[in-house]
Write a protein that binds this ligand. Structure first.
Ligand code: NAD
Length: 256
């Protein structure tokens, strides 16, 4: 018996990284999975490999959300789970951040989550689950990622309000707040053939060994296991909460 047998779950930004691992794990746990992304080739290949369905979905576009939800309804007749995972990160000091960069981050990270809740929840089965991907920077500040941190803080507000408004239907809404996770977002060099991705990964490893109490960067599979917990009966009495998954980074500062 899988933890998600009989459930239909849509995961955004699922072509790679954390979303990919969520799609793989949910499928292994018995869910019908809908892989959604803007990276069509990668998303389609993943969907084919794991026996899922792929939909093109730019989460910042309401028309694309509507047609993605129609596709899911036609294919499966129901939707029980949503993981709002898609997100983008840009580095810039606040004072140097162009407005269009700030707005694009808000559109994808924050508006994308809002549109997911707004479009999917009306079609969701009672007792469904929504997991929003915020961040460590949704609960504390980090210099040089102001627009990103603002959008991730906003996701926690959205999560709490959605949890309150959807609770009468038994729909639970929670948020994940990952620290540093080993994906293309934290190591873009891994995607760039002109750079030494392995050397960059070693550099990151040395960095995170110093600042993360557990002494290492997190793995996307570890975040997927939290997403599974929040999407199945194991978390049946939990809603409206942020879950930090960061190897202890937020716990405080170690001396020495
Ligand atoms: P990633 O860059 O590997 O994956 C992000 C995915 O989102 C990609 O597949 C990308 O194509 C997709 N995406 C981007 N814009 C999109 C859009 N407009 N519509 C649909 N899909 C879109 O990075 P990741 O680490 O797997 O990120 C997943 C989530 O986790 C993001 O929300 C990110 O902000 C969050 N997060 C990541 C870290 C980290 O250290 N990697 C830490 C905290 C939070």
């Amino acid at each position: 018996m899988g933890k998600l047998d009989g459930r239909v779950v849509l995961v955004t930004g699922a072509a790679r990284g954390q979303g990919e691992q969520e799609a793989r794990l949910f499928r292994a746990e018995g869910a019908e999975v809908v892989v959604a992304d803007v990276l069509d080739e990668q998303g389609e290949a993943l969907a084919e490999e794991i026996g899922a369905r792929y939909v093109h979905l730019d989460v910042s576009r309401e028309d694309e959300w509507r047609s993605a939800v129609e596709t899911v309804a036609e294919a499966h007749g129901r939707i029980d789970g949503l993981v709002n995972n898609a997100g983008i990160l840009r580095f810039n000091a606040l004072l140097d951040t162009p407005l269009d960069e700030f707005m694009r981050i808000v559109e994808v990270n924050q508006v994308g989550c809002f549109l997911g809740v707004k479009t999917v929840a009306p079609r969701m089965s009672d007792g469904g689950t929504i997991v929003n991907t915020a961040s460590y920077t949704g609960v504390t500040g980090m210099a040089a990622v102001g627009a990103y941190a603002a959008s991730k803080h906003a996701i926690l507000g959205l999560t709490r309000v959605a949890a309150l408004e959807l609770a009468p239907r038994g729909i639970r809404v929670n948020a994940m707040c990952p620290g540093a996770i080993d994906t293309a977002m934290s190591n873009p060099a891994a995607l760039d053939p002109s750079m030494d991705g392995e050397e960059a990964a070693r550099g990151l490893d040395r960095f995170y060994r110093k600042i993360v109490p557990l002494g290492r960067i997190g793995q996307p599979q570890e975040v997927a296991r939290l997403a599974l917990f929040l999407s199945c009966e194991d978390s049946s009495y939990i809603t409206g909460q942020p879950f930090v998954i960061d190897g202890g980074w937020l716990a405080g500062v170690s001396l020495g």
